[in-house]
Ligand binder design. Structure first.
Ligand code: DX5
Ligand code: ZN
Length: 232
């Protein structure tokens, strides 16, 4: 599948819970991926941090490439790095299907989104809690996905910031073509509100990796999101 096909697949499959590979056991990636596949996840969310755009530092292309060899699931790569235009090609070549860049991290948002799409991947814009949707309004037409952060990018395990909900609704209104993704503090207590506000992809870190039973957790969260969506 091409990036575009992955995008259509995820939209069809929504609500989709994406485990964030930030708190997983990196010493045992193969087993972690196998457990997540058995749990029925439809895509993996990869948090790339550079110690500059965000204070935390995680991993780069080699881990994406290693995951690419371990699974056929779409890889949703969240770049929390300064000037991502320098690296989108490298991440695409490592195996990324969707590449999301932060609006706050680049002065070349439009060009970089175009570059990602030209490579053949889906192009996403992420915004941190303090960035309003109005800041990316002109760029919405150029992206395939909008990632609304419900915590400041950088660390797992932070509390959900409610301001994300109105932003999801605003994105739904302004850019119905874009896939809406929420990331940060998503768990059984917050996922239904996210679904009602229009989220389609739900990134979940600590609420999955703190649990022993991944399948039950993924299933439970997906059911909560699907139930809430029906009520809208
Ligand atoms: C934070 C990352 C998230 C994070 C989510 O900067 O983008 O993907 O790992 O973790 P939780 O679900 O624990 O907030
Ligand atoms: Zn993320």
């Amino acid at each position: 599948m091409s990036g575009r096909q992955h995008f259509e697949f995820l939209r069809e499959a929504a609500p989709v819970v994406l485990p964030s590979l930030l708190m997983c056991d990196f010493g045992n990636l193969q087993a972690e991926v196998a457990r997540l596949e058995e749990a029925g996840v439809k895509s993996l969310h990869l948090d790339v941090m550079d110690g500059s755009f965000v204070p935390n530092f995680t991993y780069g292309m080699p881990i994406v490439a290693a995951l690419r060899k371990l699974t056929d699931l779409p890889l949703d790569v969240h770049l929390m790095i300064d000037r991502p235009e320098r690296y989108v090609r490298h991440f695409y070549e490592a195996g990324a299907d969707l590449i999301t860049i932060h609006a706050e991290a680049t002065e070349q948002l439009e060009q970089t989104l175009g570059q990602i799409q030209a490579l053949g991947a889906g192009a996403g814009i992420a915004i941190n809690p303090d960035t309003p949707v109005s800041a990316i309004r002109d760029q919405l037409k150029n992206c395939d996905l909008v990632l609304v952060m419900s915590v400041p990018a950088g660390f797992g395990g932070q509390p959900f910031d409610d301001r994300a909900l109105a932003k999801l609704e605003e994105v739904r209104e302004l850019a119905p073509h874009a896939l809406r993704e929420i990331d940060g503090g998503v768990n059984a207590a917050t996922i239904e509100r996210c679904a009602k506000a229009g989220a389609e992809l739900f990134v979940v870190g600590s609420a999955i990796f703190s649990q022993a039973d991944y399948p039950a957790t993924v299933r439970g969260l997906t059911e909560l999101a699907a139930g809430a969506k029906k009520q809208v």
